[in-house]
Ligand binder design. Structure first.
Ligand code: PMP
Length: 414
């Protein structure tokens, strides 16, 4: 593993991982599913923009504006290659995955969803892939069908295909490629194929998958893909929405105003060409440029190596905690079916207490409902603890985490 991905060398690139916390402990960051840390290459790219060529894009003719426009558009071209989209105009900059999904709901959804139509989601979706569809369905009089998951966190493909049989009324499938709670990586390609056989388009929430798995939108054949820069070494405030060009061409705009227009008259407006029609107002230029440095960084490592590192580490983590007395780990036992996270509860210990005590060891994990309350209801829990890894985490850190977890058990005498 380490021949492919030199985790100790990578760690050196992350200033935050060198800091000491208030109690003198080193930070052990295991909340990567929430957001990842940023390498100095990303921080430097943002700093360079503000120090050397800060200006607004797409308009002025002077040198620094040209430089800013060039760098901004370079990110688009690199994202296109990163996910193997056919055209750069299929890449739209948003603020995050949440905004990307909202954009689909408010534009494509507004135009295509009607009374009596059905949208298929799953029970494990993040709130950002539920609420926009609820809002749309309530407004239109449409219905949401939730595909269930089994005890091991796998999707019930039989119930999915039953929902699809209602092909007259089913107009959209939207699902996350990887659950941010169960950790399951779902067979997106197979699911998309099933939906397409019934002529139903598919939205993939790639917030947890794109940062960890090589993503090829042409191979997947998804119609829409949403993801966030901040979960893949990039800055906050930048999201991506990929839409197949032939669909995008028929979508009405979302945020309207400056930049997204070609001409504005008293009574009418001619919209700008793709993708600018969907990027109203001054965008987050600095962070889009910072995102480019993040994708360059990941490309240098290689997404296959990212995945191999995570599989090895998550296997180690899973096996280190699976026999702890009273532990319940959610999601697949077959570690190869997981991304880089493990969500668990220990009988008799509230997840918030667990996370608070781990904090004394410098360990950052997430506790709570993880923005997946529909799934929490199904699992019949109100909260859980989640440890999630990325390219800079090591086995030594997992060992410290496991020791700390045993310390928590001793405190609670379980
Ligand atoms: N979907 C999934 C599966 C997620 O894990 C998250 C973030 N936790 C989101 C969507 C939302 O991402 P953002 O907050 O960047 O919009």
């Amino acid at each position: 593993m380490q021949a492919l991905l030199d985790v100790y060398k990578i760690k050196q690139d992350f200033p935050i991982l060198k800091r000491k916390l208030r109690n003198g402990k080193k930070l052990i960051y295991l909340d990567n599913a929430a957001t990842t840390q940023k390498p100095k290459q990303v921080i430097d790219a943002i700093c360079k923009y503000y120090s050397e060529y800060n200006s607004n894009i797409h308009r002025a003719v002077y040198q620094i504006a040209e430089e800013a426009t060039e760098e901004y558009e370079k990110t688009r071209a690199n994202i296109q290659r990163f996910i193997n989209a056919r055209y750069p105009e299929e890449i739209i900059f948003t603020r995050n995955t949440t905004e990307s999904i909202n954009l689909i709901a408010y534009t494509w959804g507004e135009k295509n969803i009607r009374k009596g139509n059905k949208i298929i989601l799953t029970e494990y979706e993040h709130h950002s892939n539920i609420v926009p569809w609820q809002m749309l369905s309530n407004e239109k009089g449409a219905k949401i069908n939730y595909t269930d998951t089994d005890e091991n966190g796998y999707l019930n493909l039989e119930s999915f295909s039953k929902f699809l049989e209602d092909e007259e009324e089913t107009k959209l499938v939207s699902l996350s490629h990887m659950s941010n709670v169960l950790g399951t990586v779902y067979p997106a390609k197979e699911i998309i194929k099933m939906a397409h056989e019934k002529k139903v388009p598919v939205v993939i929430d790639g917030a947890q998958s794109v940062p960890h798995l090589r993503t090829d939108v042409q191979d997947l054949d998804c119609d829409f893909l949403a993801f966030s820069a901040h979960k893949m070494l990039g800055p906050t405030g930048v999201g991506i929405l990929y839409v197949k060009k032939e669909i995008l061409e028929h979508m009405p705009p979302f945020i309207t105003g400056g930049d997204m227009i070609k001409e504005v008259h008293k009574e009418n407006t001619v919209f700008n060409e793709l993708p600018y029609k969907f990027e109203g107002g001054t965008p987050n230029i600095a962070d889009v440029i910072g995102f480019n440095a993040a994708t360059e960084y990941l490309k240098r490592i290689g997404m296959e190596n990212v995945r191999d590192h995570e599989i090895e580490l998550i296997k180690y983590l899973y096996n280190s905690i699976k026999d702890i007395k009273g532990i319940k780990i959610y999601g697949p036992e077959r570690v190869i079916d997981r991304g880089g996270l493990v969500t668990f509860n220990i009988e008799g210990i509230h997840p918030h207490d667990c996370a608070t005590i781990l904090n004394d060891f410098g360990i950052a994990i997430r506790s709570g409902h993880h923005c997946a309350q529909v799934l929490m209801e199904k699992l019949d829990i109100i909260a859980s603890s989640r440890a999630s890894i990325y390219i800079y985490n090591t086995k030594e850190e997992i060992d410290i985490f496991v020791d700390a977890l045993n310390h928590v058990r001793r405190i609670f005498k379980v």
